[in-house]
Each structure stands twice: as C-alpha cells, then as structure tokens.
Design a protein around this ligand. Structure first.
Ligand code: SDX
Length: 431
C-alpha cells in the first residue's frame, strides 16, 4: 500500500468524515472508504465497479485515455514486438524481465510440465462430443484439484509455485484436447522439443495419419496473440479469480471460476461473437444496417469487439492485432478475405460515426483476433479457450499477488436493499 497523500472530507446529514487518500505510481488517486460504514453507517454504491478500486496491484496498468497498457511498466507494443509469451509470463509472475539463465530455467520448467495425468483423459470423454470447449475447460481445470492435490495448499509458497507452473504449462494441452475431443480426433501429446506456441498448434492440428510441420510464421503470430491476452488489471474474470481466492479456495478452483466468467460475450466470449457478427454482416454494403442497430436503444445488438470499460481511446492490443492480421493473411496468401474487409470498413465507418465518437467506442482486443485465429484454421468455438489459455498467467500472477498481501480479507460486498421489510408469514388459506 502506498503512503497517505491527503484526506477527503465527506459531509452528509450532520456528519463530516475524513477519509485517507493515496496516490498511485500511475493513474487516479484513491479514497480509502474502508472505515466509512463503521464511522458513518453508510455504504458506497457502485454496481459494475465503474469508480471502485478493489485492490492495489503492481502487475498491469492501463491508461484508458492514452490507450496505454503496461506490464510491470513495459508497454504492450514493445513486449509484443521484442519479447515472447513465456518471457512475458516470467515478467508478470516475478516482476522483472529474466536474465538468459532465468529464462532458460523457467522455459524448461514449463516445458516439462505440459503433460496431463493420464487418467484425466477420461474426464474429457465424459462430455458430449458437441460440448463447447469452454465447458470442457471449466470442468477439467476445476478437476485438476483432484489430480494435483499436492499443489493445493495456498499457505505453502512452494505449492503455490508448483500450481502456477502446472497451470501455465498444462493449459495448452487442456485447450488442445478440448478441441480434439469435440472434433472426434485423437489427443496429441505435447512435445518437449517445441516452443510453447508451436506445441499448442501441433496438439491442435496434428493427426496420426501424417506428419505435421508447424509454420513458424503462424507460431510467431500465435505467440503474439498469447502475449496480447496475458493480463489486463482487475477485469471481470481476474476479479472473479481474486474473489474466489479470498475465501481460501484452491488455485485450480479459482482459475476454473475465471474461465467461467471469461466465457461471457461481454468479456472474453466477444472474440467468438465478433467473428460470427462479421460473418453475419457478410459484405461491406450490409454494414450501415448493423451500425444502425448498434445505435438503436431498443435493439439489444451491440457491435462485438467494440467498446471497453477502461479504454476510451484505441485499445493498444487491437492496434498490434490489426497489424498481425494483415501480416498473417498476407503470408498465408489469403487474398480478399471478405471478413477482414468487412472488419476494416466497419471500423472506419464506426470511428467516423458521431454515436461511437461521443461514446468513445473503439475496437478492442477481440475485434481482430478472431480473423487471425480463423485464418489459422481454428473454429470460432476455440477463440475464447485460446483467450483463457493466455490469460491464465494473468490470473495466476494476480492470485499470487493477492495471497502475498498481508491485508487480505475475504471479499464480501454489501448492497442497497430494495426488497420488502420484515413481515409475518401468511397461511396458504389466507393468501
Ligand atoms: C474484454 O475489462 C477488461 O479489461 C476486459 C478485456 C480484458 O482483456 O480482460 O479487455 C477483454 O472483455 C474486451 C471487451 C469485449 N466485449 C465486447 O466487445 C462486447 C461489446 N462491448 C460492450 O458490451 C461494452 O463495450 C463493454 C461490455 C465492453 C463495456 O461496457 P461498459 O463499460 O459497461 O459500457 P456500457 O455498457 O455502459 O456502454 C456505455 C455506452 C452505452 O450507451 P448508453 O447507455 O450510455 O446510451 O456505450 C454503448 C452502451 O449502449 N456501447 C455500445 C457498445 N459498447 C458500449 N453500443 C454499441 N456497441 C457496443 N459494442
């Protein structure tokens, strides 16, 4: 916690309450309201937490006005260009970029923990073949506490470390096997001679009937997509992981809760919904009708992949993703990709429309990612599992940070009650 930088005076009724204020290293000052209920017998009210800091954190910082995203101070565009996912994992977990030796040790640790307990494959087989891969991931990750119970004691720093590595290492295998199971193909085991992204691509696309060579360009693009999704402050799924962890739940249960939350179309599920929306629009001449619908208050339709709670300028991840989409489609020789054409025209029209300008709606991380994943050969149902795979390191880093916080208390919000006040039971014959 940073030192007190001032005092806020809150006056209401006949009360005047002094509340301490703290200044962060970046971003807005905060007013500490922890003593407000005890002193003033009132709650604050902030559904959706638009103005509420739930914790202090040193991992990721977003400046929504500047369109800036920093991981331990390093800008996302520099990390996407110069780093790679496992190095970003190290940075998020331990706070600094690793030395050559530290990176080599970390990568070897992750590489040697990519296999699943052999019995876990029977968990996959319990699902229907048409199960959504996210449903499979929620189930299998939650069940990891039954297979890896030697890394569930959150009070043991060594077990916290083992659980962290296991989750980062095994998520690609779990995601790939969830995909293979739903398409009726055999599971492909990880290989230790492949890098993280190449291993994932091979587990997804290799079949026993023929050799599979990982395209290094796709592997680089895949790795960059992982980096762009790694962490993002206290978003809905990270807050879910933190709240679950505040009760002392084991790490696998907490990450399963994060996966479940991420699945929603307002959050990580937007990448699947966005590509499906672009396909539904179909051609550039259909765009105006969808822009009209997005602006119509009586129409629940929203432009998927647009808007953000924090970014009121371009999402820096979307910029990198857009460049990557151009590169990957070009390198794959996918000319005249109608979906990409619709996406670029939709972005152009929306950004010139007064409604989107006034509400500061820009493309977010989910707007272009689906186009790249589609070009790589993934079905839309695999888009959010890939987001979950990448975000696991963010969830784990935040989970570790919270457990190391001496001020940790169970999260238990209050409410503004608007239901009936106390009343007596009414017998059925009198109702
Ligand atoms: C992610 O939090 C994170 O960091 C998330 C994430 C991460 O890395 O973890 O960045 C990942 O979840 C990205 C967002 C993916 N979701 C989508 O693309 C779904 C479409 N976007 C929206 O549903 C919406 O923009 C949200 C959910 C992303 C943000 O919602 P907010 O901040 O609660 O904003 P809001 O719903 O209050 O909208 C403000 C106004 C509203 O109009 P008014 O009521 O003021 O008249 O903008 C409108 C909204 O109707 N609006 C949209 C819109 N998004 C907001 N109108 C049309 N299309 C949209 N996409």
């Amino acid at each position: 916690m940073t030192n007190q930088s001032g005092t806020a005076k809150l006056t209401f009724g006949d009360q005047e309450i002094d509340l301490p204020m703290y200044s962060p290293t970046a971003g807005p000052d905060v007013i500490d309201i922890r003593k407000l209920y005890a002193q003033g017998h009132v709650f604050t009210y902030d559904p959706g937490f638009t103005s509420t800091a739930s914790t202090d954190s040193a991992i990721t910082f977003i400046d929504g006005d500047k369109g800036e995203l920093l991981h331990r101070g390093f800008p996302i565009d520099q990390l996407a260009e110069k780093s790679h996912f496992l190095e970003v994992c190290y940075l998020l977990l331990y706070g600094e970029l690793p030395s050559g030796d530290q990176l080599e040790t970390f990568e070897s640790l992750v590489t040697n923990h990519t296999m699943l307990h052999e019995q876990m494959q029977f968990l996959f087989r319990g699902f229907r073949r048409d199960a959504h891969p996210m449903a499979v991931m929620v189930g299998v990750v939650g069940a990891m506490s039954a297979f890896y119970h030697d890394s569930t004691d959150i009070n043991d720093p060594h077990q916290r470390e083992v659980a962290s590595i296991r989750l980062i290492a095994k998520m690609p295998t779990i995601a790939a096997w969830a995909y293979k199971y739903t398409i009726g193909q055999p599971f492909v085991y990880p290989r230790n001679d492949l890098d993280y992204a190449s291993n994932f691509l091979r587990m997804c696309f290799s079949v026993p009937a023929e050799d599979y060579e990982v395209n290094p360009i796709l592997a680089r693009a895949m790795d960059r997509i992982f980096t762009l999704h790694a962490d993002h402050e206290q978003n809905a799924s990270t807050s879910t992981v933190r709240l679950a962890s505040s009760s002392g739940a084991n790490p696998f249960a907490c990450i399963a809760a994060g996966i479940a939350c991420l699945w929603g179309p307002a959050h990580g599920g937007a990448n699947q919904a966005c590509l499906e929306m672009l396909r539904e629009i179909g051609t550039v001449d259909q765009i105006p009708e969808y822009i009209r619908r997005a602006k119509d208050k009586d129409d629940p339709f929203r432009l998927m992949g647009f808007g953000h709670r924090v970014y009121k300028n371009f999402d820096p991840r979307a910029k990198v993703m857009k460049q990557s989409a151009d590169e990957v489609l070009d390198l794959l020789g996918i000319e005249n990709n109608e979906t990409l054409k619709v996406a670029k025209e939709l972005e152009k029209i929306a950004l010139e429309d007064p409604y989107f300008i006034e509400k500061k709606l820009y493309p977010n991380v989910d707007f272009y990612s689906g186009i790249i994943l589609d070009a790589m050969g993934f079905p839309t149902s695999m888009f959010t599992p890939i987001f979950a795979l990448a975000r696991t390191v963010g969830w784990i880093s935040q989970w570790k940070e919270q457990l190391a916080d001496p001020q940790l208390k169970i999260g238990r919000p209050r409410q503004l009650y608007c239901g009936p006040t106390a009343r007596d039971y009414i017998d059925v014959e009198d109702r």
